[in-house]
Design a protein around this ligand. Structure first.
Ligand code: ATP
Ligand code: MG
Length: 587
């Protein structure tokens, strides 16, 4: 490719709406352009990267025994009604009506479609197991589309679905996919961690996420991991051993005391001269439009996803001031927000396990500017019926497996695997006949990879102040050849010769034949992130070119005779080969 012909324009400034590196750099380097919120054009360089990621995904999935198909994006509401998700998927589902007023949606995921296919095609155990996948644009009307390709409303996903006779068979395929995922991300240059996760609206009981660890905001997930064993989990489901603390407030008997305008736990602890761990914190959330009062020990925080799951809901948010007033009124309580407590509340209460041990504690009593001190569950309030883990596990907590210390980092979720079980097959009456002639629902697994998010995660992992540093395996091109002065005909000829030779060697190469100054060309080469840069300039007089490795920053002078084999070798050795089918079959 000649740079003068390449459909690209690089920008000097970061776009104003771009907060994270991958978003800024992919726009600045001319890879993507926004069409509307969360929807991007993939320009030629981006498409080359995406195709490479897709190919890696495809090669590993195929070697792991999965088969590719392609399902429609447009889906009828009926199958979503059948699975029960038409209601619960909520606003993320892009819904539309066709000309006959029939409800449809644009696929955010394809459990319903694949289950319908397999239900119609396979009715005997003899044709199971099977694992089918596709690579396709997905649509989700995300509440906060942001960070460029990391969280779009239209994005590319690889989604795979497996169907089994037994749970053991599912577990085997789950491991097989976990292995394939680790390999896929490694081949893209990404170091991932497989972490336990919440299953969300996809469902099923066991699921894991593949996280690229970052230390920036681009990682939307908090990942807790143990410093001693290999326990790691998304914070939305991480467990920990509760830190021991003093849970006895030391008050002799309960009484209501004045706490004028003291509404935060910190201030309350100071005001009453007690430890935060002797206070019961009360907060009102809205879960699927219903109020829930959540209780937790004062020095701990609530994990909203755990609370949402405990309430059996699909959406959660903290109640607004107006809602708090409204639901308190309904319980005949006329208190302002900072003084709420469980007593007298006539809607659902969910308490964290941490409140169980509280004694002579401090708690809101639903009277403005007052708290109850010296409270005990038995004598004063009554322990709520639902007591479960809704606590956010935090850095420094003890590991639930080995009691080591939990550490925290941020992570970008690039893939996700789920043991679905019979959730969809049962709801959609998708069954097969087993060896004994019995009719059973298929046991299912599903496995997703965000292809476009993975490409962005690569940028998040490899960049510097000058631009992107693509790993060879997913770089849009391997090499850029820069003639420093295109007006120097001899220089241009040598560069052009090199370019053509590299092409015949199967190297993906761009020649920067533009009439711009060398500085501009070097800047663009760094910004776009070509892994190798060959500069044809002054050193040509001694028969040498300069080779720069973008990833390592290393600069070398190399003779014209040697440059081709050296470049070829660098390209080949920096691309991990695909895994063989035999390798997957081993386990
Ligand atoms: P998240 O928690 O980040 O919203 P999810 O759990 O909803 O992800 P899945 O439904 O499991 O994701 O989708 C499979 C993969 O698709 C994810 O692991 C992620 O890499 C990718 N993905 C999901 N939502 C988006 C999005 N809005 N933009 C880009 N990629 C996405
Ligand atoms: Mg999501």
């Amino acid at each position: 490719m000649r740079m003068s012909k390449l459909f690209i324009s690089t920008l000097r400034e970061n776009p104003t709406d771009a907060e994270v590196a991958s978003h800024q750099l992919l726009v600045r380097a001319g890879f993507i352009r926004r069409l509307t919120s969360g929807v991007y054009n993939y320009l030629p360089l981006m498409l080359r990267v995406l195709r490479k990621v897709e190919n890696i995904v495809r090669e590993e999935m195929n070697a792991a025994g999965a088969q590719e198909l392609l399902m429609p994006v447009l889906q009828p509401a009926e199958i979503w009604i059948e699975s029960g998700r038409w209601q619960i998927y909520g606003k993320n589902l892009m819904r539309l009506k066709d000309r006959h007023e029939r409800d449809c949606c644009l696929g955010p995921t394809h459990e319903e479609v694949i289950t319908t296919i397999v239900k119609n095609e396979i009715n005997s155990y003899k044709r199971l197991p099977v694992n089918l996948y596709q690579i396709q644009n997905k649509f989700r009307d995300e509440i906060r589309p942001r960070f460029g390709l990391l969280r779009g409303r239209e994005f590319i996903m690889k989604d795979a679905y497996s169907f089994h006779v037994t749970h053991e068979c599912l577990l085997k395929e789950y491991d097989n996919m976990a292995k394939a995922y680790t390999k896929i991300f490694k081949r893209c240059g990404l170091d991932t961690r497989m972490v336990q996760s919440d299953s969300g609206t996809i469902g099923g009981s066991v699921s894991h996420e593949f996280m690229v660890l970052t230390h920036t905001d681009s990682g939307e997930n908090d990942v807790l991991y143990c410093d001693t064993c290999d326990y790691s989990a998304n914070s939305d489901r991480a467990e920990s051993i509760l830190l021991t603390a003093n849970t006895d407030g030391g008050f002799a008997g309960s009484e209501v005391v004045d706490t004028p305008a003291v509404t935060t736990i910190e201030n309350l602890a100071q005001f009453l001269n007690v430890e935060e761990s002797t206070i019961c914190k009360s907060m009102i959330y809205i879960v699927d439009k219903e109020p829930v009062l959540a209780l937790i020990r004062g020095d701990q925080a609530i994990e909203e996803i755990k609370l949402m799951n405990a309430a059996g809901g699909n959406e959660i948010r903290i109640a607004s001031d107006v809602e708090v007033d409204h639901y308190l009124e309904k319980s005949n309580i006329h208190s302002s927000k900072g003084f709420i407590g469980p007593k007298g509340i006539n809607f659902r209460i969910i308490a964290d396990l941490s409140v169980k041990d509280l004694k002579n504690f401090v708690v809101g009593c639903n009277q403005t500017d007052k708290h109850l001190v010296g409270a005990n569950w038995d004598s004063d309030i009554g322990l709520p019926e639902t007591i479960t883990d809704i606590r956010l596990a935090q850095k420094g907590d003890k590991c639930p497996v080995c009691e080591g210390h939990l550490l925290i980092t941020r992570g970008i979720e690039v893939g996700n695997i789920f043991q679905l079980g019979i959730k969809y097959s049962k709801a959609m009456n998708a069954t097969f006949q087993d060896e004994n002639g019995q009719i059973n629902p298929y046991i299912m697994g599903c496995y997703g990879i965000g292809v476009s998010r993975t490409a962005a995660a690569v940028v998040e992992s490899y960049y510097d102040d000058n631009g992107i540093k693509w790993p060879m395996s997913v770089a849009p091109y391997h090499v850029i050849v820069i003639p420093v002065n295109v007006k120097d005909q001899e220089q241009l000829n040598i560069a052009d010769n090199l370019y053509k030779k590299l092409l015949t060697e199967g190297i993906e190469v761009v020649i920067d034949d533009r009439e711009d100054r060398a500085g501009v060309k070097f800047k663009d080469a760094d910004l776009i992130g070509f892994p190798l840069r060959i500069t044809c300039g002054k050193t040509l007089s001694e028969g040498n070119v300069e080779l720069k490795n973008r990833m390592t920053g290393e600069l070398k002078t190399i003779s014209l005779e040697e440059i081709i084999p050296i470049v070829k070798n660098l390209v080949v050795t920096n691309i991990m080969p695909k895994t063989s089918e035999a390798e997957y079959a081993k386990c």
